[in-house]
Structures are given as C-alpha cells and as structure tokens.
Design a binder for this molecule. Sequence first.
Ligand code: GCW
Length: 713
Amino acid sequence: MEIQAVTMILIKTMNKSLLSFVGIFFVFLVTAQDGSSLWLGYSILENETERAAYAESLQFISFSDSTERMQLASKELQKGLQGLLGNSPHEKKKLPNQKGMYGVQLQLDEDLTLSKEGFEIEYTPQGTTIKAKKDLGILYGVYAFLREMQLRKPEPFTVVDQPKVKIRMLNHWDNANGTVERGYAGSSIWKWFELPYRLDPRYEDYARANAALGINGVTLNNVNASSRFLTSEYLEKIKALADVFRPYGIQIYISVNFRSPKTLGGLATSDPLDPAVRKWWKDKTREIHQYIPDFGGFLVKANSEGEPGPQDYGRTHKDGANMLADALQGYEGIVIWRAFVYKADPNGDRFKEAYKQFKPLDGTFDPKVIVQVKNGPIDFMPREPFHPLFGALPNTPLAMEFQITQEYLGQATHWVYLGGMYQECLRSDTYAKGPGSSVAKVIDGSLFEHEISLMAGVANTGSDANWTGHPMGQSNWYAFGRLAWNPEMDAATIAKEWVVQSLSRKEEAVSTLTDLMMSSHATYVKYTYPLGLHHMMGEGHHYGPQPWLDKSGRPDWTSVYYHRASASGIGFDRTGNYSDALDLYHPEVQENWKDPQSCSLDYLLWFHHLPWDFKLNTGNTLWDELITRYYEGVAEVEQMSTRWESVQAQIPSPIYENIRGRLKIQAKEALWWRDACTLYFKEFSQLPIPEGLTPPSRTLEEVKKLEAIYHLR
Ligand code: GCW
C-alpha cells in the first residue's frame, strides 16, 4: 500500500486535533525533504482554520470536457490539494446541486478573450471556476490556483493571466554521452542509452515542474551539437520524450550541427545553397515529423567557437537560417539562430562582434527565423549591460537567452539568486522607439510587432536528487520560467513565491529568505567583479579568480584583455576614445554610461579605463572603492551564513544542512576572489589596502597556486 493511501485511512479515522498533527507528520513523510519535489511539494497548509476553510470550499472537482489534458489537470489538482489539505476532492461528472457542496469547475470557454494558453480563476468559498479557451490554459490555471492557495488566505480572489512570450524554453547543453556542458548538478537527466525502452520517472516530474511555470519548449541537446541526434536511432529516443512531454504542453526542439549533411548524410558539402544539401535537410525534417508531428524546430550555433556554419562556405547567417526555414515550410516549427558569434581580433572588441555580423542582416531572415541573443554582449558575466542588438534589429524577431546554470556565478557552490539580474536586463530601456522601449518589449514581440517571441534559459538541471546541485539553483529555474511567462514580473515577488512553495511558509523564514535571495547577486558581484569588471575567471573551467590570465587560445579568452590593468589605471575604454562600443547603443542609452562621473558604478569599468586615483561620486578614489567592495562582499557572505542559521528551525533539515555547507565553501571562496584580485591589482596600483581593512594574510604567489591546482593532472 502506498504511503499516501495509509495517510488517508489514518486521517479518516482520527479526531480533528490529532488529525492535524498526524496529517502534518505524514505529509512531511510523503513530501520529499531533499528538494526533489521542487515547487510541487505541496506540503500541508499549517494554519488549521485556513485549511478547513479551503477544504470546505473544495469538496469536488468537475470538468466540462473530458480531454486527456483536462483529466491531467484534474489529477494535478487532486495531487496538489491532497498535499495542501491532507485530503483530496473527488471528481464529479455533474455539478452537485446540494446545499453546502462546493467545489472547483474546470471549464473550457471558447468565448473568453484570452490567448490559447490564458486562464481565469475565480475563487469563492461557495465555488471556484478555472476557465480557459483551451485545455492547456486549464492546466496552467490549475497550477496557478495551487500556487495562489499557498500565497493567500481563503478569501475570494480572481486571477486572469496569459503569457506575454509565446515560446518559453529551456536549452539543455546536454551531450549524448550523458555529460552536461557547464552543468554542475550531476550528469544529464536524459538517459540516452535507456531510451526509448525505459522511461525514467523523472521525465514526467520534469514536465510537471516546467508546466507549472508555463515552460512550453525544451531543446534537449547541447548547442555544440552532435549529428547523432538526427539519426533515426536518436529520433526514436527523442520521440519517446516528446510523448511524455506533450500532455504538459511542452514541445521538443533539437540543436543541430550545421555540418550534418556531410557527416551524417555523406554529402560532399554542407553549403546551404547547394541543392543536395537543401534536399537533405528537407528530407531530414520530414523524417523528424514522422516521429514528432508537433516538432518545435531547430536551434543552431553556427560559426561560433569552432562550430561549423554557413560562413565555412562563404555564405552568411541569413543563408544558413533561411535554408533551415525552407526545410520547415509547411510545418509549424521555427529556426532559432544564435547570435553568440565573435571573431578573434586582438585589436578589436568582442563586445561589438555579434552586432557587426547581425545588424546588416536585419530584415533578410525568413519569417520562420528568430535570432537568439544572450542577455549581454560578452558571455553571461555576473553583470552585463544589455546586448546592443536588443532594439537594433526592428525587422527581425529577437529571442532572449539567459543562462540559468551558473557558469560564471559560482556554479553550484555559491548562492546567487538570478531573478534580479534577469529583471535588470529585461527592464533596461533600449530607447529604440522612444522611452519605454524596454528589452522585455523587444523580446515579447510587442515593440516591433513580431509574431514569434521566445525566451530561452540555459538549464541548470542534472541527475542530483534536488535537480540543481545547490538547492537555491532551483529558484533560478523558477524565476526564469516566471519571467518567460511575463518578463515584467517583479523578481522579489517571484523569490517569495518560490520560498513559499519550496522551502517554508513561516513568516520569518519567508521574509529572511526573500531578502537574502534579493541581495545575493549584488554580494556575489562585489567579491568577484565589482564596479563593472568582467571576465577574469579561471581558464576553461571558469571557476574562481584568475585575473592574471594573459595567454590563452585567443586574446579574448584571457582576463587581461578585459580589465586592462596597468600602472595608469583599470577598465576597458569603450567610449569614442578607444573601441567605441558605446556607439552601438541609442544616444539616450549612451547618456547613462558615457561620462565616468555620472556612469552607474555597476557599469563603470565596462565602459571606462580610469586612473586608480579617479575620484568617484561616493567620495572614494577608484582604488579605495574597488577594494572596499571586495571586502564588503566577503563580509556579506558571513552575514548570509548568520541569517541562514537564524531560520534553521523553519527549513527542512536536509536542505538546511546542504545550504549551510555550501555557504562555508562560498565564504572561503569569496575570500579567495578578494585576495586574488586585490593582491593582483595592487601590483599595478602600488597603493595600500584602504585604512580600516586588514590586508590579506597571504601573498599573491600563494593565491595563484590555488587556481593552478585545477590544472594539475
Ligand atoms: O558561455 C560559453 C560557454 C560554452 C558555451 C558557449 C555558448 C555551449 O563557456 O561552454 O558552449 O558559451 O553559449 O555557445
């Protein structure tokens, strides 16, 4: 007998107060305490009166149409209510019209003025309706209702919602051999060697967790793509996953290797204008649809970091993307073409590369093509100005690519909530059509009235029991999903939602944790890349500090290329005096950053090379401010630990211990960053550590050895 069934029997045979005690105890048992249930843990509502009120108003579930997805929505609602209330309402075919019999109706309604994924929830103690035009809207409405129940009291409320962005997608950088590029939570969740015959139960857990956020697309494999994913053997495996995901409204996309016609098809070339190549892609696309009729489309990294692409044949990104779009004619799918391209130019500025290549192509892409742009111009640095392409290509739909996995943000050992960082980018004003032309409006398609819109997040999932390694990594997956649904949502609201559903509903814990989450990003930036420094991490693995890195495969893979520290100062001059990358932005945006006296300190060294004794508006010199920030960052991590310890009693203990351990690593490594950077930059500035701060207790040589260990064989 399942534990849940035992719980039910016990609950039915007990008196009320004993019942609530045992109920809570058992729900703790059935709700995983290790974080594996993500935001779908549905632990019992602790307030007995509120629970009783909800139970009274949710005695049954009925649904207007019996589609497979309506039934799924009803099952999800039952599961959720079972957890939250300790008891789950029965399904009823017809609405009971007995007095005192209240419940939820899931109702399809063609006349609603909402998009096909939108929903309307109306809760009253005497009856609740969840309405939508389509059954996927009902499923989304059910998840939203369960979320609202955890955030509100059982008093009447109405929620009307629909997504602003059409495609809300996770990009997995997962390889066929089970490894995950830039993955820090174990191996891939896709068991390619078992598929299609064995379906890991986690596939469905994954689909539920994503559907609860409204994520409706998944690219399964790494953008550094293997052609293997296009073989019929792998298409059969992918089909098996597509079949699991479909009921949850999730479509599959595949990252493709541009050289596949050659490597897989045996053709002499992969030139996108070659008729045989074009036919190969058409045939392959037809074959894919035999397995996956609702195939989402192709994701392509071309001519970037050694990946093949149309430029190998003297063609352009447009030629490559439009060829794939042509192969998809007659089908629903699209081509997602990445703009993460940069040529090695020792005298250039990598900041400008993607703009240089894509700006001239505006308006030349097939309507099925969307260009996917990383949030910033370099590469997912802890803080970047928004990418200058946003707002610059009015005739091309642009997708946002955020990184959820924390490649440059402490990987799985540093607690960094990314909601605020995503928000900062989305709310940035491009001024493309005057004030109010936010990045959010570019990517939701509204600014330039594009049909396709897309937001992608590079996933942080892996085989670890809690999915993300650091339990707090879950909140970044969650925040990404919520912002993809509505890029204008508030990061603090999202943080609170996540805490309430995933960690604790105790008031003190909720406010402490929301606070900690919201300040965690600024703290990380302080002890790693204060004042707009960027790209000074360990070579290759991208972990820890290596500001002294001066030789690598390419100049723009070193650290010195970016910080440009010398006796005369520090920072990358991107004004008209040097690279003039600033000029890629609208004049109003340039205003924010062009004058070092008024430039936000968060972005100062992104755009300016300044002398060490440059006087900032804080009253400090640049040197003093820089070093002070490193020290503040370290102190803030210590405070994070203390505050974390203060909520121990309110957090499930395995998660509490897990994070406590990781905070210790974070504290040690914040110190590592601080010492590495202050000692290294001191060699140039020749200035003392500011008064009142204790100088590092180790030498630069000693700190350098810490990084070197990563390269020992
Ligand atoms: O951030 C860099 C990573 C690469 C990644 C690349 C990209 C998938 O270091 O690992 O490759 O970006 O986004 O294509």
